[in-house]
Design a protein around this ligand. Sequence first.
Ligand code: NAD
Length: 486
Amino acid sequence: MQEIKHFINGEFVGSVSGKTFANINPATNQQIGVVHEGGQPEVDQAVAAARAALKGPWGKMPLAERMALLHKVADGINARFDEFLEAECMDTGKPKSLASHIDIPRGAANFKVFADAYKSVPTESFMLDTPDGKGALNYSVRKPKGVIAVVSPWNLPLLLMTWKVGPALACGNTVIVKPSEETPRTATLLGEVMNDAGIPPGVFNVVHGFGPDSAGAFLTSHPGIDGITFTGETRTGAAIIKASADHIRHVSFELGGKNPAVVFADCDMDKAIEGTMRSVFANCGQVCLGTERVYVERPIFDEFLARLKDAAEGMQLGAWDDECTSMGPLISKEHKEKVLSYYTKAVEEGANVITGGGTPDMPGALADGNWVQPTIWTGLPETAAIVKEEIFGPCCHVQPFDSEDEVIEMANDTQYGLAAAVWTENTSRAHRVAAQLDAGIVWVNSWFLRDLRTPFGGMKNSGIGREGGVHSLEFYTELKNICVKL
Ligand code: NAD
């Protein structure tokens, strides 16, 4: 059984307290590893190492050398692609068809893209008139923010963690990662890659553990960190902002969603079905950008629903390494209970269950895993719990609509504002509707098409701030103005 340790100051270390917790494979609920649980001492050590590294070779390293090292990290992930793939799939149960196309390649790309992007970003300068006529020159320079706490979730563990670590390191910061307790493996493997690439000790640190009264809370309330970037549930974001308030830390939050898809009668039906299938069921519905509310214009409602049902019933649930598998399990027993409670609630609230609604029979060892059926409902009012609350499972409610104004109002009637998808072949309508949706990202005739140079983040309760491209630069650096009297 694998022993998973913290990675502090370039070394793998166990917990001072000796406390550990189980690493579970969600496809079987069998224990596959033992994880060391970090507390205050490990967080203190990691913060000390990260602060020292800022003053060491990393802090003094020429830009070109730093960027070259980040390319080596990306190459190191790609060189150990299969190990990362297996680690991610064992932790999450997700099919390798998904992780080999998204999680691992994007995990590597996050280091290259941000290293390349920041080599040539300009800053501003202004000439100022002065009474003596000689003037003054103002110019701004960017400095690393310092030590960044990266608190990440379990749904896309490597991808979402490196989406923060890549730009943070490219900007010259040092980081302490607190991966989700459900998915400790790839962050740990990344420690090995960092050492092999020659990243100096203390630049990248990993402390394992839970949130409250554990590594997550000790890290985010630590006075020695300079910024917190967090991806996870909205209520965890609220806890972190309270914990960090005493030290007035900058935060960047990517939080929950209840994302709509709006399907107009003039859509390309094949594309809309394919995209909606992915956005509802990819990663067993555990994608923050995923669709849980589908609004379909009435003339095509029946046909769309029938085709979505057929496609959902064609999904293959199975082991991560089976080439035929298109959907894995939910992450944990606890999350399965939560999702199933919504399946029950939907029926209690009077939903029509178009497909699914329960648990599948799985063979052999998979029988004990966290499997649920892909599920589609119709017939509920917009006020129903399953239409309002983030479920984070492989399910959606499909609702007919009659006009653009009506659907925009329904789509925006939520506390969240992360993502939306619009399906139409009418270009004017596409622009008009996209502009009116309350979402940080709107896809037209696509879903999860990501350009890492673009702003990413949520409106309303879906987040604070934007990352991606120069927007990550805004969070991971301090901009300083220098005024030179001439
Ligand atoms: P979570 O909030 O339960 O946990 C996320 C991380 O926070 C974990 O590492 C956890 O240990 C840590 N944590 C929990 N409580 C903490 C505390 N009090 N102090 C410090 N750290 C704490 O989220 P999850 O269940 O891992 O992920 C699913 C959620 O993440 C969903 O709500 C989903 O929408 C959201 N998400 C959002 C985005 C986005 O980009 N907006 C991306 C992925 C996931």
